[in-house]
Ligand binder design. Structure first.
Ligand SMILES: [Zn+2]
Length: 107
C-alpha cells in the first residue's frame, strides 16, 4: 500500500492524497509581453519525466493542506515531502546520478 508523508500530519495511506501536477512553476513576471506560444507553454505544457519529478500535492482526507513532493515516477517512491515555501531538499546521494542524466535528456 502506498504511504505518503504529509509534512504536517505524518505518514498516511496514499488514498488520502491528491496530486496536482508539477511544482515550482514560476508565473511570468511580464505576461503581457509574452507571445501566444510562450503563454501557451506556460499555461498548458508540463514536464512528464521518467524518473524524479517535483510535484504539488494536497492531503485531502487529512489536514487539506498543500505540500510539495519529490517522487520517482517509475517506482512511485516518495523521496521527500516539504511545505510550500520551504527550501527544496537536496536529493539523497542514490538519486543524484539519475537526476543528472534526466537533465541531460531534457536538453
Ligand atoms: Zn496533512
Amino acid at each position: 500500500m502506498l504511504q505518503i508523508t504529509c509534512p504536517w500530519c505524518g505518514t498516511r495511506e496514499g488514498v488520502e492524497f491528491h496530486c496536482h501536477g508539477e511544482a515550482h512553476i514560476a508565473r511570468p513576471e511580464k505576461p503581457a509581453e509574452l507571445s501566444d506560444a510562450e503563454w501557451g507553454d506556460y499555461v498548458f505544457f508540463r514536464k512528464n519525466p521518467k524518473g524524479i519529478h517535483y510535484e504539488r500535492w494536497t492531503h485531502d482526507a487529512g489536514c487539506r493542506r498543500w505540500f510539495n513532493a519529490i517522487r520517482h515516477t517509475v517506482t512511485d517512491e516518495f523521496i521527500a515531502t516539504y511545505k510550500p515555501g520551504d527550501p527544496i531538499p537536496d536529493l539523497p546521494e542514490a538519486y543524484r546520478d539519475a537526476a543528472a542524466s534526466q537533465s541531460k535528456e531534457a536538453k
